[in-house]
Design a protein around this ligand. Structure first.
Ligand code: SAM
Length: 214
């Protein structure tokens, strides 16, 4: 097993991990309630215990939820069953998206980008664009460099120290909004980019980008 996956499996030893929230992010709710985002075929990348996928399914979306952690996907399947909704949950590394061999109208990616290190990001974003139909939407939210979690503001690479709620050694890379715009620009038109508060365990300064495939 690769080291990062091993660390994540340890985090998911029991359900209800530090970052899991059962209520969907208000930004996603707003997109749906305002009618800007209509029910369609969506993939939730890094879906964790599946609650946002479940919310999307309850709103009429056809949902695939993927996560690298086998335990997270096991909990997500149990949660979907409890909520009586149909979601296709599967164990898949976000770096292997092309294995899916299907295309989507919307990618929802909440709190995953900061776990993808710089050398992998270009390929990851290119693969995201390949699994999307033309004109499809992509919502990406991740920790901003100004957040002080596990380091000093403006420190990009952060490593979880021993004694934290997350396993020691977990690597995170916090980005600026401008840096992410540059990353997405080759494949996506930015519809909205802003700094938000991301409640992930506790409030974090986050980057929010809503985009459309060009
Ligand atoms: C901070 S959690 C966020 C989970 C969920 N989106 C949420 O907001 O509750 C990040 C998730 O991404 C998953 N993950 C990390 N690296 C991944 C990868 N390369 N491919 C797929 N999932 C990954 C983790 O297992 C974890 O469930």
């Amino acid at each position: 097993m690769n080291k990062d996956k091993e660390i994540l499996e340890k985090t998911y030893k029991k359900p209800g991990v530090v970052w899991t929230a059962t209520e969907p992010p208000k930004e996603l709710v707003e997109l749906i309630e305002s009618g800007k985002l209509k029910p369609c075929k969506v993939i939730d990348v890094g879906c964790g215990e599946g609650f946002y996928s479940i919310y999307l399914a309850s709103k009429g979306f056809e949902v695939t939820g993927i996560d690298i952690s086998e335990k997270a996907i096991r909990y997500a399947k149990e949660n979907a069953q409890k909520h009586g909704v149909n979601v296709k949950f599967m164990v898949l590394d976000g770096m292997d998206l092309l294995k899916l061999k299907e295309q989507f109208d919307f990618v929802f990616e909440w709190a995953l980008m900061h776990l993808i290190m710089l050398p992998q990001r270009r390929k990851y974003v290119e693969d995201i664009s390949r699994i999307l139909k033309k004109g499809a939407k992509y919502l990406s939210a991740s920790f901003n460099e100004k957040d002080s979690h596990l380091g000093k503001p403006c420190q990009r690479l952060r490593i979880v120290p021993p004694g934290s709620k997350m396993p020691a050694g977990t690597k995170l890379y916090f980005s600026s909004l401008e840096e992410l715009k540059e990353l997405f620009k080759p494949h996506f038109k930015i519809i909205e980019a802003k700094i938000i508060t991301m409640p992930v365990g506790r409030p974090h300064i986050g980057n929010y980008l809503c985009m459309e495939k060009t």
